[in-house]
Design a protein around this ligand. Structure first.
Ligand code: GTP
Ligand code: MG
Length: 197
């Protein structure tokens, strides 16, 4: 039950994550892509994860427990221009490590603005996850910003590139809107599969 989500802790780095237990699903994506908003829509609690018009709002890793053994993880956004280079490089290293080493990580949601999908760093993160044999769900969010035709076209393009890369066994994709709640059932289904398996 995603509505039971509650904030439990923030960690400044992967090293300070809660102990490995149960299963978690993490949300990654560029700054301002809509990660925190997606978590709020998923949990039906619009005060749960802080959202902002200013990119780089979420600077800590935030943990939200769904039950004693399951949680959602809101990761800081990447690609934020104003963050110093050394900090960016550190974060990339951390994220790669987290994807490879965190054994309780059941799957990764990569949140992308449907108007700018599959940017360089998105592709890199997807590749790290695939390397780590981690299932990935691509959430093409802010679908309300496009008409239905162009939104479906973008989804088809993204699905095509997954197939061409030969990673369609691990990677799935859908359109989503946190504003309208569109695609919520599909997202819940995918995450439930991960958290219960
Ligand atoms: P960082 O924490 O900075 O990495 O950003 P984030 O990925 O958590 O993005 P956040 O959820 O804070 O959303 C960024 C902005 O996009 C906010 O102004 C949101 O209101 C807006 N937004 C998020 N999702 C949607 C959506 O589905 N539709 C529309 N129209 N706006 C959205
Ligand atoms: Mg955020």
């Amino acid at each position: 039950n995603f509505n039971l989500a509650h904030f439990t802790q923030s960690a400044p780095s992967i090293r300070e994550c809660p102990p490995e237990a149960g299963a978690e699903v993490a949300f990654a994506g560029r700054s301002n892509a809509g990660k925190s908003s997606a978590i709020n829509t998923l949990t039906g609690n619009h005060k749960l994860a802080r959202t902002s018009k200013t990119p780089g709002r979420t600077q800590l890793i935030n943990f939200f427990d769904l039950s004693e053994n399951t949680r959602l993880v809101d990761l800081p956004g990447y690609g934020y221009a104003k963050v110093p280079r050394a900090m960016k490089e550190q974060w990339q290293k951390n994220l790669s490590e987290y994807l490879h080493e965190r054994r309780c990580l059941a799957g990764l949601v990569v949140v992308m603005d449907i108007r700018h999908p599959m940017q360089e760093f998105d592709t890199m993160v997807i590749n790290w996850a695939v390397e780590a044999q981690m299932p990935v769900h691509l959430l093409l969010t802010k679908a309300d910003k496009l008409k239905k035709g162009p939104a479906q076209n973008t989804l088809l393009q993204v699905k095509k590139s997954i197939k061409e890369a030969g990673v369609d066994d691990l990677v799935t994709a859908q359109t989503f809107s946190s504003l309208k709640g569109a695609g919520l059932d599909t997202l819940k289904q995918r995450l439930t599969g991960w958290l219960l398996s």
